[in-house]
Design a protein around this ligand. Structure first.
Ligand SMILES: [Mn+2]
Length: 410
């Protein structure tokens, strides 16, 4: 049996707007938060101790992090190398460098031959010797259309047809790889991908339309004992029957406000051929809090606003204060008094919204927080616009080719 720690979506160096500069270090406090949280994951890996660490991708917000951010990341993973813990670093969409082929921010670990470190930048199977015996890890990094398809091949095909062809090709490639597996040792699939059964977290907003969704049926295979995923920031198990578990641990820190209510953490799993025991280990990360209030009917907007703030503990919290007001109330809200009231927060943003008498109704189909891919959203919008009826199909066609073009460029 092999014990592993699975973490993902570190995004170190992001969310600086939610922090401030620490006068002692000159660093953004959110970098310090992310580093401290990553440090806790590494502490656990060393104290358990685990036999293997798998990282599900998205180390930084992009493939060219500033040196001090790359160093903060490296100084934590270095502790695994020093302790001789085998570690697999998978390449996510944010790690891929869009100019030039086959380069990613994490490839430096291979170039430097960091002991026991493996970089997963292609579909491949790695047999790894751990202190509790061998394990095999199949790496499936973020796949784009251009990975599996040439430009002429997608000529004249609709977005749906292209996606079907891509999934078919991935199915064949995965099947080929699966047939090379040794069924006598624990087996992990490590993938950075969007599954069709995932509940979206922030990643929906971070990478709209890039890449494609992969059917869960491609991942639920008896040949895998544990499927370790990255990409979606909200922790979830896509296969509740656990045969095998298909797990997004989620991001380790809140990247933005869309993750306000999500628990953050990592996974510890005991893996052996045919079975797996896993648990989600929560991390004590900094709280985010949205305070929303409609002041447009208030006689005393400032005290009503303070009353709304008073209901919450805001010390050391990243606060977002949203309020609605009428244009004639603006003078009655003293913004300095509001800033003064919020100053014990770790950081805050104030988002006033003027209530207009002439606000246009939203399209009902697009309301209620449902998620749509860009084409479906555009279709719903166009259906609400009688005046665009004649050019509806032209607009949709243009949008599809823009989305495809976007993919080719990346
Ligand atoms: Mn991602």
């Amino acid at each position: 049996m092999v014990k592993l720690l699975h973490l993902s979506d570190i995004h170190m160096g992001s969310g600086f707007s939610h922090g401030r500069i620490d006068p002692e270090t000159g660093l953004n406090t959110r970098l310090q938060d992310f580093t401290a949280t990553l440090s806790q994951c590494i502490d656990t890996a060393l104290s358990e101790p685990v036999d293997l660490v798998v990282f599900g991708g998205d180390a930084f917000p992009d493939a060219t992090p500033p040196p001090y951010v790359a160093e903060a990341f490296a100084s934590q993973f270095r502790r695994l190398a020093e302790a001789n813990v085998p570690t697999v670093l998978l390449v996510g969409n944010h790690d891929q460098y869009s100019q030039g082929q086959g380069s990613a921010s994490l490839c430096i670990y291979r170039t430097l031959a960091v002991p026991k470190f493996i970089v997963g930048d292609r579909l491949d199977t790695h047999r790894i010797e751990t202190r509790n015996g061998p394990v095999q890890v199949m790496t499936l990094p973020w796949v784009t259309r251009s990975t599996l398809m040439t430009r002429p091949e997608s000529e004249g095909l609709s977005l749906t047809e292209v996606n079907q062809l891509l999934i078919e090709r991935l199915r064949v490639a995965l099947e080929g790889e699966i047939r090379t597996l040794d069924r006598k040792i624990p087996t992990v699939l490590l993938g950075h991908l969007m599954s069709d059964k995932a509940h979206f977290g922030a990643e929906r907003f971070l990478a709209v339309s890039k890449g494609f969704t992969i059917p869960l049926s491609l991942l639920v295979r008896s040949e895998f004992d544990y499927v370790a995923l990255g990409h979606v920031h909200k922790h979830q198990n896509l296969n509740p029957s656990n045969d095998p578990p298909v797990i997004y641990p989620g991001s380790i820190e809140r990247v933005d406000f869309s993750e306000e209510k999500e628990d953050k953490g990592y996974i510890i799993a005991d893996v052996q051929p045919g079975s797996c025991q896993w648990k989600f280990c929560p991390l004590p990360v900094r709280s985010f809090l949205t305070i929303s209030i409609d002041l447009s009917k208030s006689d005393d907007p400032l005290s009503d606003l303070f009353e709304a703030v008073r209901k919450h503990r805001i010390e050391d919290v990243v606060v977002r204060l949203r309020y609605k007001l009428r244009a004639d109330q603006i003078d009655r809200l003293d913004s300095h008094a509001i800033y003064e009231r919020l100053k014990t927060a770790h950081s805050y943003t104030v988002q006033p919204e003027l209530v207009s008498q002439l606000s246009r109704p939203r399209i009902p189909a697009l309301d209620s927080g449902r998620s749509f891919d860009p084409i479906n959203a555009l279709t719903a919008y166009l259906e609400s616009r009688e005046d665009l009826k004649d050019i509806r199909s032209d607009i949709l066609e243009a949008a599809e080719s823009l989305l495809l073009e976007d993919e080719r460029v990346s």
